[in-house]
Structure formats: structure tokens, C-alpha cells
Design a protein around this ligand. Structure first.
Ligand SMILES: Cc1cc2nc3c(=O)[nH]c(=O)nc-3n(C[C@H](O)[C@H](O)[C@H](O)COP(=O)(O)OP(=O)(O)OC[C@H]3O[C@@H](n4cnc5c(N)ncnc54)[C@H](O)[C@@H]3O)c2cc1C
Length: 319
């Protein structure tokens, strides 16, 4: 992978080579990528994407890594991560005055969703709409891409538009909600390859204490019902229509099941956790074990919600 020309074209661009993806993913496991590239503005992002396209370099986009797992070993891949230290990709801007009943707020895609949720909920803004999203540990871009949601809140409910750059870097534009097509853990960005650089949300004024109480309630529920002391990617599988993944997994007798140091959480069977030192291949083996066992037990196929970056076929991971 020749990145020398890219460095010449963009002298300030952050480029790291032979990078452990375990450091960038919430599972704290996974192999190494040939390069990690962190554009700090849209012009750099467009340049990087054009370069990847022209030079035929395989690449993927990573947000905060809280829903992504790379298998062990080497990945001949450039991982592009918008620089969350750059104001261009982590700003929060309010459009309206503190007195307006309804306003829009725009956020850079690399900023954390939790930081955005806290900021809009606090004085002087006291805006409601993000309380249920406040404990989700992803970036704003990742939340739009995944249509992240919890406790009856979904990203799509407050999303007005998103700005995005095409996969080959040649185009950038705003997307309407219809064009984004957000539904349960899905957006059209999964198919069209556009990279989200910022998003605009519509929020309403509410009583500061009521907002605080709701956020405290959701935090309490997370802390008591989710194994937050262990690395994970949250719910490992999507909710199959009409069922709960965690219940199917529990009914199949898998609560606490292990492959190496990867375990189906005893607290919440919907979470696969890293008990400490699990390899990504152990986690992937456990994902296969859960999927196969639940299918044998109930006839239902569980689909991973976690985005798997694999250097070999998923079925080959053993348990
Ligand atoms: C403890 C824990 C609890 C969780 N709870 C919830 C929950 O309640 N609800 C929920 O929905 N999720 C939950 N998650 C999962 C995760 O936080 C969300 O899916 C989140 O939206 C992922 O954002 P990210 O930035 O970390 O994405 P990443 O994992 O970095 O990426 C996920 C996908 O988004 C794409 N992507 C990321 N940024 C962009 C961008 N700017 N443009 C285009 N594509 C992009 C990536 O290519 C990848 O395919 C939880 C995870 C953990 C670890």
C-alpha cells in the first residue's frame, strides 16, 4: 500500500501505519490494519477517498469503534477515521436562540453522541430529544449510519439532515430523511457508501429537571442491566422481528457460555463480552456458536448487529 504520494498531497494529514485495531474498538480485541488515516477536514477526507479510489486501496470508515470488530491477524486495509480532535469534525452548533421552543443543532460526525446529548440537555438550551441516546458510546456519524437508539428513542426521530461525501470523494451534499432511509439499525449509507461528516437534529425545549431525571433513569437502567465493566460492542445481535435476541440466547441455554475469554454475559445474554484478554477470533467463534445454537433451538437466525471486518469467512471461526 503506497501512501507516500498522499503524504505529499496532504502534508498535515495524520497517517499511522501497522495499527492495532484493538485500541480503536470497544471490544478491545482485533488484528492490525496496514494504515490508519485521520482526515481533519472535508477537503482532506475528499482527497483521501479520491486517492484510495485511484490507487485501488481497500479501505473502510471507522467511527468510535463501539460497534465494530476486526478479526485477528493482518488486514491489508486503510482505516479512515475522521479526526475527533479537529473542530471541523467535532463541532456542535445551535441554530436559533435560547428562547425558541424548537431549534436545530448541528454536530460534527466524529464527536461523541454522549457529549452532544449532554450539551443540548444542559442550560442554557435545555433541549429534549436525545435523552435515550445519551448512554450510547458511539460517534454522531456512527449513530446516523446505524440509526442508533435505546429506550424508545431513535436517531431517526430527531434527524433533519446529514452532510456526506461520496465514497470516491468526488461529491458532497446534504441528505434528507427520505434519502437516508433510516429504520431499525439501518440507513441507506450502508448501501450508498457516502461518509457522513455532520448531522442536523431538531430538538424541543423542556424542563431542565425533567430532562435530567430521564437521563438519570436511563443511566441507572444501563448500569444495572448491562455488563458495562467488560469490553463489548453492546448488543451483539439485531433484534429478530417479534423476538428479543437476549431471550432467544438465554432460552438456548447459552447465558455464561464461553469460547476462551469471550463470554455471553451472565447479566445480559444479548451482550458478548471480553472477560479479559479474549482474542477477536474467540469472540467471533462465540458469535458463531450462539448463532448456530439459537438456530438449532428455535429455527431463528440471529444476524450480528456488530459490524465484522473479517480477513476470512465468518463460518471458519471455531468454537
Ligand atoms: C456498552 C455499549 C452499549 C451500547 N448500547 C447501544 C444502544 O443502546 N443502542 C444502539 O443503537 N447501539 C448501542 N451500542 C452500539 C454502538 O454504540 C452504536 O452502534 C453506535 O452508533 C456506533 O457508533 P460508532 O461511532 O462507535 O461506530 P463504529 O463502530 O465506529 O462504526 C459502525 C459502522 O458505522 C460506520 N460509520 C461510522 N462513522 C461513520 C461516518 N461518519 N460515515 C459513514 N459511516 C460511518 C462504520 O463504517 C461502521 O460500519 C452500544 C455499544 C456499547 C459498547
Amino acid at each position: 500500500m503506497d501512501l507516500k504520494k498522499l503524504k505529499i498531497l496532504f502534508p498535515d494529514l495524520k497517517i499511522y501505519t501497522d495499527v492495532s485495531m484493538a485500541e480503536y474498538c470497544s471490544f478491545r480485541a482485533g488484528g492490525r490494519a496496514t494504515a490508519l488515516i485521520m482526515p481533519g477536514n472535508i477537503s482532506e477526507l475528499r482527497g483521501v477517498l479520491s486517492y484510495m479510489n485511484d490507487e485501488n486501496i481497500p479501505h473502510i470508515i471507522l467511527g468510535n469503534g463501539s460497534n465494530t470488530l476486526f478479526s485477528d491477524g493482518d488486514h491489508e486495509l486503510a482505516v479512515i477515521k475522521l479526526d475527533d480532535k479537529s473542530e471541523d469534525f467535532s463541532f456542535i452548533r445551535f441554530n436559533g436562540t435560547e428562547k425558541d421552543e424548537e431549534i436545530t443543532a448541528e454536530a460534527g460526525a466524529a464527536g461523541l453522541l454522549s457529549v452532544f446529548a449532554r450539551r443540548v440537555s444542559q442550560e442554557p438550551w435545555s433541549l429534549t430529544g436525545t435523552e435515550g441516546l445519551s448512554g450510547i458510546p458511539g460517534s454522531v456519524g456512527g449513530a446516523v449510519f446505524m440509526n442508533a437508539g435505546a429506550y424508545g428513542y431513535e436517531t431517526k426521530d430527531i434527524l433533519v439532515s446529514a452532510h456526506a461525501v461520496s465514497a470516491d470523494g468526488t461529491d458532497e451534499r446534504d441528505f434528507t430523511p427520505e434519502e437516508m432511509g433510516l429504520s431499525y439499525r439501518h440507513s441507506n449509507f450502508m448501501e450508498n457508501g457516502y461518509i457522513i461528516t455532520s448531522a442536523v437534529f431538531r430538538l424541543r425545549k423542556d424542563d431542565q429537571q425533567a430532562i435530567k431525571d430521564r437521563m438519570a433513569d436511563f443511566t441507572e437502567r444501563r448500569v444495572t442491566k448491562q455488563p458495562l465493566q467488560y469490553p463489548s460492542a453492546g448488543s451483539t445481535f439485531k433484534r429478530p422481528e417479534g423476538y428479543f435476541a437476549g431471550k432467544l440466547i438465554e432460552d438456548a441455554g447459552l447465558k455464561g457460555a464461553c469460547v476462551g475469554a469471550a463470554q455471553v454475559s451472565e447479566l445480559h445474554a444479548g451482550f458478548v463480552i471480553n472477560r479479559g484478554g479474549a482474542s477477536a477470533d474467540e469472540i467471533l467463534g462465540l458469535i458463531n456458536k450462539v448463532r448456530d445454537t439459537v438456530y438449532r433451538d428455535s429455527g431463528i437466525t440471529l444476524e450480528p448487529e456488530v459490524r465484522l471486518i473479517l480477513n476470512r469467512d465468518l463460518d471458519s471461526f471455531e468454537y
